[in-house]
Design a protein around this ligand. Structure first.
Ligand code: 5AD
Ligand code: SF4
Length: 536
């Protein structure tokens, strides 16, 4: 084949890639995110959205919105729903804040640097004549520290917005998501030019909040978390023409000692199985062949309806929907991961052979301090279930280094876990103290420099594991869903069922959205390089 290219590496250095933010347990974007380097994908809007927009709503021409999303796949998908709601009200989505009447940021607060990003953006939007706003830390330098096969995407270039607000005037600026929930009305104090603050647990109120803004209200909030409802809407604007995301459980009840999610996303609420299956059928009819079930702890799904479907039964039922060729799910919590899920994967080839099972640490002492509810040994028992499966299952994970009190020996146990499990991808993070979390007050904080040293060691070790593992795949043939086209001629990219990135050569004119057979000819730590050998 011709000169090989490695989108994985391009992505790692951020070349030609759309922006990306954080991951979050339950919304792990990196291994599952569509980051097609060169591909411009269209927007699919549910027919009902357009109808809703036409039905009786008089929206002035200038009703445009710009929506920027930070964070995990749950946030991405929430943004799809928010966009759907706005489109249904007759708004038009624009690519940049310049042309927008409404500017919305859907935010992430999983780590401190992620939360800072929104204040950095808001600082740029500060009107020149504003005297009230408190000072901002506009540091916007969060580094992505991940060893994974999808490569990594760095910061999107962002225009200076201050000019935009001053020039345009009269813009509505809103903060959505986890930072909104966490900071609440304090955001109005820090940035008086913001008029909407709404956490994800209150999104079902969004249409009403938007109507209040349209009616002239200056400030509106949605900050309840004591809801037992999920944000279901008929009018989701989907960004990817082949893969549809579907939230089946929102919130989290697990209370890991380092994590803000239970505070920002509220308690666990599951969606009824009948409504999930109905949506999957509709998606299949609309041409989606891949669905990804989402939840912070997706496998803690508890069907609220009389059917009381277990998560593994739901997986199987989704896999049987006619037209669906791939079912993914993320993120699983080890406590609720059982043999039944492995059996469902074995029994249904349409359920992808990939499980993201965050471990966080290889040391039982640290796991206990993190309140993860399992020991190293118990976690390894779950891994053993997958390794014993009749079909090989690709396993990926999240890890935190430098948790308070993590000794050199604890860290060493994390490293030996890498060797033992042989992950195909690891998302590793330096521990970041977060407001309200129990670990904030734990003694024996690890200095930043030491956290950085441990992270570097972990990444090097894992990169080598991935290199060796991927090299063993040379000569094998995989089914690939083609979701990217390179600027270089005859070069395409896609994902295998195990979610490996495959870059491959083919002289075909059009392959996007097709399932093809690709033989691996060489391997890198983050991606495979292959040649197309047939169609499915
Ligand atoms: N500091 C560092 N990493 C964190 N994560 C969650 N909270 C924190 C924190 N306070 C990581 C976990 C989780 C992933 C999405 O983010 O590894 O699985
Ligand atoms: Fe995941 Fe624990 Fe945070 Fe829940 S509390 S989202 S299980 S890390």
């Amino acid at each position: 084949m011709g000169k090989s290219f490695d989108i994985g590496l391009e992505r790692l250095t951020g070349i030609g890639v759309p922006g990306i933010g954080e991951t979050q347990e339950g919304g792990v974007k990196p291994p599952l995110q569509d980051t097609s380097a060169d591909l411009k994908i269209g927007h699919y809007v549910d027919a009902s959205a357009t109808k809703g927009g036409q039905a009786g709503m008089v929206v002035p021409q200038e009703s445009t919105f710009y929506l920027e999303t930070f964070g995990c796949q749950m946030n991405d998908h929430d943004s799809e729903k928010v966009a759907g709601v706005l489109l249904a009200r007759g708004y038009r989505q624009v690519d940049g804040p310049e042309a927008a009447k409404v500017i919305l940021y859907n935010t992430c607060s999983i780590r401190e640097k992620a939360a800072q990003k929104v204040f950095s953006r808001l600082g740029e939007l500060r009107p020149a004549d504003d005297q009230e706003g408190k000072s901002f830390n506009t540091e916007d330098t969060e580094k992505e520290h991940r060893v994974h096969r999808d490569g990594r995407v760095l910061e999107k270039n962002h225009p200076s917005l201050r000019k935009i607000v001053n020039a345009g005037g009269g813009k509505i600026i809103g903060v959505l998501g986890c930072v909104a929930q966490q900071e609440g009305e304090e955001i109005f104090e820090r940035a008086p030019w913001v008029s909407l603050v709404c956490g994800s647990a209150s999104y079902r109120k969004l249409p009403q909040l938007i109507a209040e803004l349209e009616a002239g209200n200056r400030r509106v909030t949605g900050l309840d978390t004591d809801t037992d409802e999920t944000f279901e809407t008929e009018i989701t604007r989907r960004d990817n023409p082949w893969r549809a995301y579907l939230t089946i459980i929102e919130g989290c009840d697990k209370a890991c000692s380092y994590c803000v999610v239970p505070f920002t996303r509220g308690p666990e609420r599951s969606r009824g199985s009948a409504s999930i299956l109905e949506e999957v059928r509709r998606l299949a009819e609309a041409g989606y062949s891949e669905v990804q079930l989402l939840g912070q702890t997706v496998n803690s799904y508890a069907d609220p309806s009389a059917r009381k479907m277990r998560f593994s039964e739901l997986l199987a039922a989704v896999a049987e929907v006619r037209g669906i060729r791939r079912v993914r799910f993320t993120t699983s919590h080890p406590r609720d991961f059982g043999e039944d899920i492995v059996e469902a994967i074995e029994a249904h080839p349409t359920i992808c052979d990939h499980v993201h099972l965050p471990v966080q640490s290889g040391s039982t002492a640290v796991l206990r301090a993190m309140a993860r509810t399992y020991s190293r040994e118990e976690y390894l028992e779950k891994i053993a279930l997958m390794k014993a499966a009749r079909r090989p299952i690709s396993i990926t994970t999240d890890m935190i280094v430098g948790f308070p009190g993590e000794t050199e020996k604890d860290f060493e146990e994390t490293l030996t876990l890498l060797d033992e499990v042989q992950y195909d991808s690891v998302f590793a993070f330096k521990y970041s103290p977060r407001p309200n979390t129990p670990s904030l007050k734990m003694p024996d904080a690890i200095p930043e420099e030491e956290k950085g040293r441990r992270l570097g060691i972990l990444m090097d070790r894992q990169r080598e594991i991935q290199r060796v593992r991927n090299e063993k795949l040379v000569g094998e043939t995989f089914e690939v869903l083609v979701d990217g086209k390179s600027r270089r001629e005859n070069q395409w990219s896609g994902h295998t069922s195990s979610n490996r990135v495959m870059n491959f050569a083919s002289p075909e004119r059009e392959l996007l959205g097709d399932y093809v057979q690709v033989k691996v000819v060489s391997a890198m730590p983050n991606s495979l390089v292959g040649e197309m050998v047939g169609r499915m």
